[in-house]
Write a protein that binds this ligand. Sequence first.
Ligand SMILES: [Ca+2]
Ligand SMILES: [Ca+2]
Length: 413
Amino acid sequence: MIRKKIIITTGILLIIGILTIVYGVTKGWFNKKSKASGTPTVLLRVDPIPVQIAENNTFSYTLKANPNQNLNIIGYLLTINFDNAKVQITSIEYKTGVISQDLGQDTSNKDTVNQLGKINIQAEISTAQGELLLQNTDVNLVTISGKALITGIPQLLIDNFKLYQINSDSTLTEVSGGVGEFSTSSSSSQSSSSGSVASSSSSSEQSSLSSSSSNASTSSSSSQESVKVVIKIKYRMQGVLNWIANQSALTKLKILKNGVEIDNDSISFIASLSSDYLWHGQFEQRLVPSNDYVFLVKPDKHLQRKVCSLSGRDSSTLYDCGENTITLSSNTTDLDLSGLTFFAGDITGEQGIADGKVDSLDYVMIQLIIQNNTGKDPTKVAKADLNYDGIVDTQDASLIIEVWEKGINQDEK
Ligand SMILES: [Ca+2]
Ligand SMILES: [Ca+2]
């Protein structure tokens, strides 16, 4: 009898145990391990959770970030949208890092902020080594205070949250953050869950820079013979206003014939700065004489431009080639791009190399060099001296802002 009871009790306990494990698995109790693995994610929340505020009463919320692993950051950015008919902002205080000049907004910008219903938060860490955010620990980023114009729950909608992590090899990684436990508002609050490091796939930079073979003619059906063409090119870089002798820039070039890139060959040549503030260089290529060529030219640290006439114009904006193409027929051709400005700033991307975009990663890299006081270090000059004056400083940073102000941020294709 007693033995029977023991067997039954053991059986029941066993079933309860199994059910508990099954329940635990479905609830993800045992998933903790995967959380600490590779991909950094950062959750952002508003503290306290907004509740109803009576008309003319004030509120103050702190944005708290919480990473899933230790992260050494050197900056962050995010956008906060709000309904300016319901809420007015009275102060914006940075709790981690300091505002990035010309990019971020704080209390001194509250008029603009209230007019647009939008706050751009962008901060950088002012110490050279960055700031360590500890795993699973809240850190206060920004405190936003304001006043309710009508009774209701203030809704601050956060968008585009990113942090910049500095790695041990001093490359940067962009960590896109997620927004969690956020406000009460329906739509945008929970939409973006956990973020991850965007791993930009292939990079054009990785392709070899070997200068070109010669079999352009073999590819197409054309029966025409290819001829050796020497192309002499001159172009202008944004912000290069002084002539310093012996400045040179690796310049990459792709040739499109009838819209198709020839042979996938990367051509590169070294251009030299001359006293006319123009960069001069030349390259040779065997080409079939034809009237349907287009060039893609990308000087080091600059955005690529599409060139579809032998004398480029239209310097300050992006342009569309339309039907225009280049005719190549003679053995020597001058490509005079002095009217065309090459926009500066593409120095880095996710993998630490130029990625065809001028974005905040490029900007942060320059800020980092300035903060670290390594602007004269030859490797930094080679990497990030955009105006070729021998030092990485705020002038280089402001060239990037100039490019953004033109609404340009990527290679022309
Ligand atoms: Ca870039
Ligand atoms: Ca410079």
